[in-house]
Design a binder for this molecule. Structure first.
Ligand code: HEC
Length: 233
């Protein structure tokens, strides 16, 4: 065999191997699912809660039409529930740097970073929370953390920034609704629309669209903030 042919064959084999290497089965790397609802825990105070902290972040910022809801599944990635997040965003427990879900958040290439501009990027605190969740084993934890005694605007805005902003920002105001600052959040709360849609009342559009209903305690916080007179506190 001529040297050139040998080299070509070697290159073909090498590229086929690296292609196969990418087609690994992500499920194989996933640690067993723990869920404190089943009494199966190891939950420590500092545990990140997948269901109440990470999932709302993903459905609110990534799981919209054209992106990562089940119907669109851009690049095969669906971020609407635990199993889909783990398998399609290739989460490797205890290893954020090797997890696609985290890599795209810290990507420096603007063409690859997620959420894609013009959607707003996640905040540093949100990105760190994702890393922490993966470092703790990327478990399907479900811990209710919110405290209904804290119902100031800062808390309300944090809930909305996590769960709603991907579809209600300056560049993408779905249904004509922006929820980016005190004035517009107050405006939509005063009309009653915001509360009826997060409470999934009949006649309203259930929000967050395509995501799980917010936990009762988060809804209570927004209701209490409204009842106390929409303070900018
Ligand atoms: C995945 C995208 C998406 C997310 C996330 C989302 N929304 Fe919406 N929202 C929409 C769309 C689309 C509409 C337009 C109505 C419709 O299609 O249901 C809408 C409409 C609304 C309306 C107007 C409803 C009405 O009856 O006129 C309110 C208020 C609202 N959203 C609040 C929220 C709040 C609060 C959150 C977070 C808890 C949220 N949305 C999360 C997509 C989203």
């Amino acid at each position: 065999m001529k040297l050139v042919t040998k080299i070509t064959l070697w290159m073909l084999t090498a590229s086929a191997m690296s292609f196969l290497a990418c087609k690994h089965d992500p499920q194989a790397e996933v640690k067993p699912v723990l869920n404190n609802q089943n009494g199966n825990n190891n939950i420590v105070n500092d545990s990140v809660s997948f269901q109440t902290e990470i999932l709302p972040l993903l459905t609110g910022n990534c799981a919209m039409d054209g992106c990562h809801n089940a119907a669109s599944a851009a690049e095969g990635v669906v971020l609407d529930n635990y199993n889909n997040v783990i398998s399609t965003a290739k989460v490797i427990a205890f290893n954020p740097a090797k997890s696609e879900l985290y890599e795209v958040l810290v990507e420096t290439d603007q063409k690859k970073i997620m959420p894609r501009p013009p959607s707003p990027p996640l905040t540093q605190a949100q990105i760190e929370l994702v890393a922490k969740w993966i470092n703790q084993g990327a478990r399907n934890t479900n811990i209710i953390k919110c405290d209904t005694n804290t119902f100031n605007f800062v808390t309300v805005q944090k809930i909305i920034t996590n769960a709603c902003i991907g579809c209600h920002n300056n560049n993408n105001a779905q249904g004509g609704v922006k929820l980016t600052d005190y004035n517009n959040i107050r405006q939509h709360t005063e009309t009653g629309k915001l509360l009826s849609s997060i409470s999934h009342l009949p006649g309203s559009s259930p929000m967050p669209k395509g995501g799980n209903k917010l936990e009762a305690c988060k809804i209570t916080i927004i209701k209490k903030w409204a009842a106390a007179g929409y303070l900018n506190n």
